[in-house]
Design a protein around this ligand. Sequence first.
Ligand SMILES: O=C(O)C1=C[C@@H](OP(=O)(O)O)[C@@H](O)[C@H](O)C1
Ligand SMILES: C=C(OP(=O)(O)O)C(=O)O
Length: 415
Amino acid sequence: MQASDTTAQAFHITHTSGVVNHTITPPASKSESNRVLVIDALTGRKSQLDNLSNARDTQTMIRLLDSDSNPVWDVLDAGTTMRFLTAFSAFNGKPREMTGTPRMKERPIKLLVDALRELGAVIEYKEKEGYPPILIHPFKPELAKTDYIKIKGDVSSQYITALLMIAPVLPKGLTIELLGHVGSKPYIEMTLRLMEHFGVTSEWKDNIIKISHQTYKPAQYKVESDWSGSSYWFSVAALAKEANIELKGYVKNSLQGDHVIVDIMDQLGVKTEFTADGLKLTKQPVKGNLVWDFTDCPDLAQTVAVILAAKGVEGTLSGLQSLRIKETDRIAAIQNELRKFGADMIEIEKDVTYKVVPGTFKVDGQSVHTYEDHRMAMAFAPLALLGKVTIEEPSVVNKSYPLYWEDLKKVGFMF
Ligand SMILES: O=C(O)C1=C[C@@H](OP(=O)(O)O)[C@@H](O)[C@H](O)C1
Ligand SMILES: C=C(OP(=O)(O)O)C(=O)O
């Protein structure tokens, strides 16, 4: 079976030598790409955006922004595309239906819709109250009813990013008061830093972010490689017998919060050195059991849970509260699949804190169900360094890392 045959039902994967000494360029960040695309659309499309991601989520964003006259925008399973384009469309002056996959119809959007309604937007739910699909009626930014809104910070930062990006376009700008604990905070910081790159300043003090009415300025921007996507290479380095892996396209002062994978993996057996154009990963001894809060970096939780189990190290993962509303219920998915290998992730505090217990972890031909979640496939595939493993529905990786299987193949994984 070819790794490029993404229609295959399952990949049976092995790696005979266990040695990985290669250079890889992971895809560009879909989070950065999707932000600069929306900012560019609000700037009259005059910027030069380099190295946009080939992730399906970004390609969907590009395709939809290119079809402004299309009354139905189907984002498929892309959370950022759904949330960012909902706020964008609310003030675009055109009628629009925003829809997506069956799973997207289960991912909440109420907090964002409520905030946009307060601003004056007219939005209806087509099926279930609080969830896509939604119908957005024409409305102009000049008619915005308020310049101050409150929104809960602990459900999805994507709602906040969506509102921030349209804030300078509103006649009086927008002040957002974040209520409660703020999750995925580095993603909000990334938004503000990218807005600044395109000429818009903001002020964030305590729980209040203030943006005055301003005009975005076209600029050149080059998207960095994806740090969430790098995590699977940290996993390969951790599980290989020998590893010397170079990852291209990364910078030390990244806008992406997931660069904390460097610190997490420093404890779990991977040493990182920054090079002129990326990273070099080599093996080092595991330093001890891991205790980590994933509130700021939820997309790394699956990778780290699998590495802990495979390395036979216990670890406590907290801050997992947003995992249940992502591409799948990621807490249940990790538990189900780790159990197939003799390990477990046990509940310490419901929905928030879990402990990975390696138990009798062994890789011997198990089949991993991927729940339409790219990160389930990518987090479990490196286990092929320890034995034969099957990954079901491998095409799920297209959402963020379409060439993942080709890249694994380049470093000796066999399908
Ligand atoms: O803004 C972004 O680009 C993202 C924010 C995070 O979502 P939440 O804010 O919903 O945690 C993250 O999980 C997602 O993959 C990308
Ligand atoms: C949660 C993710 O994406 P989104 O919410 O944008 O669908 C992800 O890529 O892990």
